[in-house]
Design a protein around this ligand. Structure first.
Ligand SMILES: Nc1nc2c(ncn2[C@@H]2O[C@H](COP(=O)(O)OP(=O)(O)OP(=O)(O)O)[C@@H](O)[C@H]2O)c(=O)[nH]1
Ligand SMILES: [Zn+2]
Length: 358
């Protein structure tokens, strides 16, 4: 497979499409933070006692915080100064999840009440036992999709996660894990098969948790990001979390000492700080429960948004509702024939369209 299929012009167009989407996300983020400030300056500080079951808030100063983890009605909130507090949420504000930005009011040392929940920029959800979407983590900025030689990679799943990242307006990268299982030629072939991704804006980071080569190259991608690892069962996500968060136990201990929460981290999402250094300011949300979500019920236009390279020929097919299958004058198939859209990506698009489009 040739390494470079896209022209420089197309690469720039793809970058522009992704950049616009991220800028929309960033401007939404600052609007959300402004709203939160306004909320803090007006309502929350003067809110009276709750509806009986909640502790009185009184006249204390409300402040911004973010949700580190949630156990039922109990939340661990990190204040702007990094301190941790055990809070309960007002009943009428919805269900805050890990990563949510909130306004909270201290009631006693290390305790407080969450009085407002900011609008989410994005949320990762998973269907519950009744098939309803259950939010698990909010306000992510990076999906790190892990693939490995074992279990054999599913390109279909990989592309599905990448579509999710595009639709959430977040960055994505591909972690090629367990590289120690392959000899040099096999490793090269594995990475070559992922060649279309870097030029679509998804860096590929080969790593191994045995002896940890590659981790140093992965860390800068996590700088200042709020990231989550996704991927099939057994690709090595837990092993990577252990390596990326060498002080995870210490962080859990601190969380538990301050809030009484955080000990039972196996199913609920918890937000950890990546160690200072190459991933400075980065956070990693560890949530075994969200690691393999699925997309569902998209429109064809939404699915097309999930493939940035399709954006480079948007509106150029003869038929507006072209499925890019056998229609005449299809600009997408023309781009495949010309070598600027990878045939495998169109095949995945078709596979996802059949399974997902309403
Ligand atoms: N050879 C090798 N084995 C690895 C590496 N990373 C993880 N493994 C092994 O792969 C298996 C699965 O690893 P996990 O980290 O549990 O995978 P996971 O993706 O978290 O799996 P789930 O929890 O089921 O989603 C374990 O037996 C690990 O020891 C690696 O870099 N090299
Ligand atoms: Zn078409």
């Amino acid at each position: 497979m040739p390494k470079r299929r896209l022209s420089e012009r197309q690469r720039r167009r793809i970058q522009a499409i992704q950049e616009r989407r991220r800028q929309r996300l960033e401007s939404r983020t600052s609007a959300v933070l402004d709203d939160l400030d306004a909320e803090r300056d007006t309502g929350a500080a003067t809110t009276g006692p709750g509806d009986g079951a909640e502790p009185a808030v009184g006249e204390r100063q409300s402040q911004q915080g973010s949700v580190i983890t949630r156990h039922g009605a109990h939340l661990a909130i990190e204040a702007a100064d990094g301190s941790l507090h055990h809070c309960v949420a007002r009943r009428n504000i919805g269900q805050p999840v890990c990563g949510d930005r909130v306004i909270w009011v201290p009631t006693e040392p290390s305790r407080g009440v969450v009085t407002a929940l900011a609008e989410r920029e994005n949320v990762l959800s998973r269907p519950d036992y009744a098939g309803r979407d259950k939010p698990l983590a909010a306000n992510l900025t990076l999906l790190a999709v892990v693939v490995a030689p074992e279990p054999p990679p599913s390109g279909f799943l990989l592309d599905q996660y990448l579509v999710a990242a595009e639709l959430m307006g977040v960055r994505a990268l591909v972690v090629a894990a367990k590289m120690d299982l392959l000899d040099t030629p096999a490793r090269r072939a594995f990475i070559d098969a992922l060649a279309p991704y870097p030029e679509l804006g998804y860096p590929v980071c080969p790593v191994s948790t045995k002896g940890s080569p590659g981790i140093t190259a992965l860390l800068p991608h996590l700088t200042a990001q709020t990231a989550i690892l996704l991927g099939q069962s057994g690709v090595g996500k837990s092993s990577l979390v252990q390596l990326l968060l060498p002080d995870q136990d210490i962080q859990v201990g601190r969380l538990s000492a301050a809030t009484g929460l955080g000990r039972h981290t196996t199913s609920t999402a918890t937000c950890y700080r990546l160690p200072p250094g190459d991933a400075a300011g980065g956070r990693l949300i560890d949530s075994p429960g969200v690691r393999s979500f699925r997309l569902a019920g998209l429109s064809q236009a939404q699915l097309e948004d999930g493939f940035p390279e399709l954006g480079t020929v948007r509106g150029e097919c003869r038929f507006r509702d072209c499925r890019h299958l056998d229609e005449p004058d299809c600009a997408v198939r023309a781009a495949v024939a010309a070598g600027s859209i990878h045939p495998q990506r169109l095949a995945r698009f078709q596979q996802l369209r059949e399974g997902l489009v309403r």
